[in-house]
Design a binder for this molecule. Structure first.
Ligand code: AP5
Ligand code: MG
Length: 218
């Protein structure tokens, strides 16, 4: 399946993507994670991306689309993928459609994770991520690690993302409303959007998403 996950910062896209990708045996492709990997490897792309990410703004389309395309062309994505954080504006959505059309492929579903704004602010404020693997995500109260600052899965150091400061989160939310939300209408017109209420336990949200995908696939 080819799936797009959309939702505001902190909605739980990365958290859900980890479970959904495993259940569906497709790779989880997060443009945010790809940028963060470039930042930690100190590549030119990483330096450029950081200058936008630290302000909560979108990285320019040209580099983002090229990076996403390159990742989607890897052999493990041949039979499908779960996109998290891409596309993030209408021109990226158009570029993705063009890319898929050229290959005679199409998206199967767009899952829109719906979470009230006060909840996403709480989720982001308490989020802690493992330095070894960005799929190991914790929360100081909702999913506290057994030992503070240490990843339960691999013992790695837990850290708070640079763009999770209160001020940057405000910009990221504004960017989401103005630039990313319009892709929901874009995909509505293609009949692809399924809204997933994303409050509640992580496994409940995963179950709702899997049920929705089974309906779309039928
Ligand atoms: P990106 O990394 O995509 O960040 P984001 O969209 O802001 O989303 P987050 O990763 O913050 O949240 P999430 O929805 O993944 O939530 P999570 O699962 O971690 O992008 C970062 C930046 O990169 C952008 O600002 C931009 O600069 C750049 N960028 C990326 N893609 C781009 C693109 N296509 N174009 C241009 N620029 C791009 O969960 C959050 C917390 O909540 C965690 O602590 C988790 O444990 C907890 N949680 C999750 N689910 C639940 C639950 N059900 N109940 C309680 N707690 C929960
Ligand atoms: Mg994420």
């Amino acid at each position: 399946m080819r799936i797009v996950l959309v939702g505001p910062p902190g909605a739980g896209k990365g958290t859900q993507a980890a479970f959904l990708a495993k259940n569906l045996a497709i790779p989880h492709i997060s443009t945010g994670d790809l940028f963060r990997a470039n930042i930690s490897q100190q590549t030119e792309l990483g330096k450029l991306a950081k200058s936008y990410m630290d302000k909560g703004e979108l990285v320019p389309d040209e580099v983002t689309i090229a990076m996403a395309k390159d990742r989607m062309e890897q052999p493990d994505a041949e039979n499908g993928f779960l996109l998290d954080g891409f596309p993030r504006n209408v021109s990226q959505a158009e570029a993705l459609d063009e890319m898929l059309n050229t290959e005679g492929m199409k998206l199967d579903a767009v899952l829109d994770l719906e979470v009230p704004e006060d909840e996403v602010v709480k989720r982001i404020a308490g989020r802690r991520i493992c330095r070894n693997d960005s799929a190991h995500v914790f929360h100081v109260s909702y999913k506290a690690p057994k030992q503070e600052g240490v990843c339960d899965v691999c013992g790695g150091e837990l850290y708070q993302r640079d763009d999770d400061s209160e001020e940057t989160v405000r910009t990221r939310l504004e960017v989401y409303h103005t630039q990313t939300e319009p892709i929901i209408d874009y995909y509505m017109a293609q009949g692809l959007v399924v809204t997933i209420p994303a409050l509640g336990k992580v496994e409940e949200v995963t179950a709702r998403s899997m049920e929705a995908l089974a309906r779309e696939d039928a």
